[in-house]
Design a protein around this ligand. Structure first.
Ligand code: GLU
Length: 503
């Protein structure tokens, strides 16, 4: 590579369905690198051991490929600065942590989870600036070393200045200032020897020679910790460019409660990659006022990073559908569109999976259309009466559906058997008959009370479409208010986050 090569990266955490926010960042990173003859790098940030899965990584890679945003270096294609999966770089992080400790920029922390929780609560109550009281910061280095060698459990924290201001520049926002006093001595190495996001991202962006960090605005608050680490290591920080946050129509941050966020959902409901990229491009940039339809090539030709617009772009599904319709009508011959349809769902693999579960209900080949419509449709119109759970009203039903959603989200591999076990266990936990629990789910997922076998149907539709349909069914029933949801969450989901594990 030449010394002034532009290098951008996408650094997704493989902890769930591939997110449209990831595609949005990827597009801008990809366009900026390619426009400048540079390189676009994919790095998998799998340091959250509890939540990262290979399935999620595969799904992210598949969805980015479907979009056509190919990378030059990454876990699957290799490259000169690998490995490109953070879990394979632990010794690199540990070496860098040792350097920071040796220079007096970081220290081992022996506080227990219980102590940290108590301190955090107390400090929140009294309005102290940060969550940790820095108890271990003053332990003399020799004593700390002795305790580490004696096998005491510890994390490592970076030393953050106690006063003064952090200043850094965001390409789109100019200089940003933050009081150091409001920032914690961040954990950089967890008790299990894994780095946290903050350390790993800085070390990797530097070692992978990233020149431009183009990512979502939600990361801007992390930058002070990052610039401090660059400073401690004596490295030049890259250019920071935070794209505007994608928003729901009520201007809140784009969320799965209000919009589909999985890239797979868009693919499976028949959005074309060209249209989705065009739409995501429009979220932060305009080709010109008259021309809303543009390709990645148009963007590459005309885009300048400084031209990203900062108004909070609203994710408007109707606009996306309108755009998608234009591509369908204007950009393909009938033959080409047939190819797209075959690729999308009218192919033997898909037919085979569906036929296997519905042939038992067929008396004639022409039953196919009536029996399988729910595999080929976007949104289902509900008869709300059919969605109600036995003995429950709308709110009660929504609460159970919400619990089902949480449980479905927690299934790492979305296939028939784990889905079935989940429902069986949940029906016991809720004291409901399995049949009563699943009845409204047939309606939510297929639109009918009697349809193809539920758990197989869910597997074929996939987690994102299944969950979105359940959410749509909840909306049809009136949904849950934020308050109701919080209350349910407190009742149903246990515990808060643990700082020693949180990134
Ligand atoms: N792993 C972070 C994520 O999940 C990366 C954030 C960044 O781009 O620095 O998005």
């Amino acid at each position: 590579m030449s010394d002034n090569e532009i290098r951008t990266r996408l650094a997704p955490s493989p902890t769930g369905d591939p997110h449209v926010g990831t595609a949005y960042q990827a597009l801008f990173d990809y366009v900026w690198a390619r426009k400048n003859g540079g390189r676009f790098i994919l790095r998998i940030e799998d340091t959250d051991r509890g939540r990262s899965t290979r399935e999620s990584e595969d799904a992210i890679i598949r969805s980015l490929k479907w979009l056509g945003l190919e990378w030059d270096e990454g876990p699957d294609v290799g490259g000169p600065f690998g490995p490109y999966r953070q879990s394979e770089r632990l010794d690199i992080y540990q070496e860098h942590v040792r350097m920071l400790i040796a220079e007096g920029h970081a220290y081992p922390c022996f506080c227990s989870r219980e102590r940290l929780a108590e301190v955090r609560e107390e400090r929140q109550r009294t309005g102290a600036g940060s969550g940790y009281d820095r108890k271990c910061r003053d332990i003399p280095a020799e004593e700390a070393l002795r305790r580490v060698e004696a096998g005491e459990e510890f994390t490592v924290r970076m030393k953050v200045p106690l006063e003064g201001k952090c200043r850094f520049t965001d390409l789109l926002r100019g200089e940003i200032e933050k009081d150091w006093a409001s920032i914690d001595d961040q954990v950089i190495l967890k008790a299990d020897g894994f780095p946290t996001y903050h350390l790993a991202v800085v070390v990797d962006d530097h070692l992978m020679r990233i020149t431009h960090i183009i990512r979502g605005e939600e990361w801007i608050n992390s930058v002070p910790k990052h610039v401090l680490l660059y400073d401690y290591f004596g490295w030049e920080p890259p250019v920071f460019c935070h794209l505007p946050l994608l928003r729901n129509s009520d201007r809140s941050k784009l969320s799965k409660r209000k919009n589909p966020v999985s890239i797979d959902w868009y693919r499976k409901t028949g959005i074309l990659p060209e249209a989705l990229l065009n739409f995501l491009g429009m979220m932060g940039w305009h080709l010109s006022d008259e021309k809303e339809k543009f390709s990645v090539a148009d963007m590459m030709e005309n885009f300048q990073l400084e031209d990203v617009t900062l108004g909070g772009p609203v994710f408007d599904l109707d606009k996306l559908k309108w755009l998608n319709g234009r591509y369908i009508r204007e950009d393909f011959t009938t033959e080409e569109l047939m190819d797209r349809l075959v690729e999308w769902g009218l192919n033997r693999d898909h037919f085979r999976r569906i036929l296997e579960i519905c042939r038992g209900r067929m008396t004639s080949l022409s039953d196919w259309g009536d029996l399988t419509g729910h595999f080929f449709t976007g949104r289902i119109q509900y008869e709300t009466g059919q969605l109600l759970m036995k003995d429950l009203d709308e709110t009660g039903t929504c609460e159970v559906l919400q619990i089902v959603l949480w449980e479905l989200e927690a299934i790492p591999v979305f296939s028939r058997d784990p889905i079935y076990s989940m429902f069986r266990e949940l029906s016991e936990k809720l004291g409901m008959k399995l049949r009563d629990l699943t009845a409204p789910l047939y309606v939510a997922v297929t639109g009918r009370e009697v349809s193809t076998p539920l758990f197989d149907t869910m597997e074929i539709l996939g987690g994102d479409v299944t969950r979105m349909r359940i959410r749509n069914a909840m909306d049809a029933l009136g949904g849950l208010s934020g308050k109701q949801l919080k209350r349910l969450e407190r009742r149903y989901v246990s515990g808060g986050t643990d700082e020693r594990e949180a990134d």
